[in-house]
Ligand binder design. Structure first.
Ligand code: S3P
Length: 188
């Protein structure tokens, strides 16, 4: 962990953006908020921007217009963030599906994959009851299918991976900042 006197740490102008990717329930929003606060960055949640932009909930967008329409809006919202500095961006779990989004996310900042054991992810993802892709007769099956299809995409896209199973969100946030800064320092 960087101490308060670390020169890079003190100069916020040098801190890159951080992009959090990962499956529903991995803790992107909570970790993202804390990471933003310790990095002196602004926290941006792509799903929140979509909700504000559309004036309705994610569930309502899925129910009224379908997933494809949601993905179109998501792509536009993410593209609009390219070039914005001083942010920690939390993305929806499926944002990595589109090539256009993967390209935008790479331009936005260091990509951090928050991972966890499947059982922990499932339990957390089901908690809010607001995730349309899990509103099925067999949510665990839907969850397993989506996770299996996405795992390799998170893996190939991310600069860094963190397992948050059983780890306190504050600790994850500190580790993410520390590792991300080391990663940045070693970039060509
Ligand atoms: C989705 C994840 C959700 C939200 C939408 C679709 C997905 O975000 O974007 O329900 O495809 O995994 P969270 O990962 O924040 O739950």
């Amino acid at each position: 962990m960087f101490s308060a006197g670390h020169p890079v740490w003190e100069n916020h102008g040098m801190l890159p953006n951080f992009v959090l990717v990962g499956f529903m329930g991995c803790g992107k929003t909570t970790v993202g908020r804390r990471l933003a606060s310790i990095a002196g960055h602004r926290f941006v949640d792509a799903d929140d921007l979509i909700v504000k932009n559309q004036g309705k909930s994610i569930s309502a967008i899925f129910a009224e217009s379908g997933e494809e329409a949601f993905r179109q809006i998501e792509e536009r919202i993410i593209r609009d963030l390219v070039g914005v500095a001083g942010i920690v961006l939390s993305t929806g779990g499926g944002a990595i599906l589109r090539e256009a989004n993967r390209e935008s996310l790479k331009k936005i900042g260091i990509i951090i994959w928050l991972d966890a054991e499947p059982d922990a992810l499932f339990e957390r993802a089901m908690r809010s009851g607001r995730r349309p892709l899990l509103q099925t007769d067999n949510p665990r099956q839907a969850f397993d299918t989506l996770l299996a299809a996405r795992r390799s995409i998170y893996e190939s896209l991310a600069d860094l991976r963190f397992d948050s199973t059983g780890v306190d969100h504050d600790e994850v946030s500190r580790k993410v900042l520390d590792q991300a800064m080391r990663h940045q320092a070693h970039r060509p």
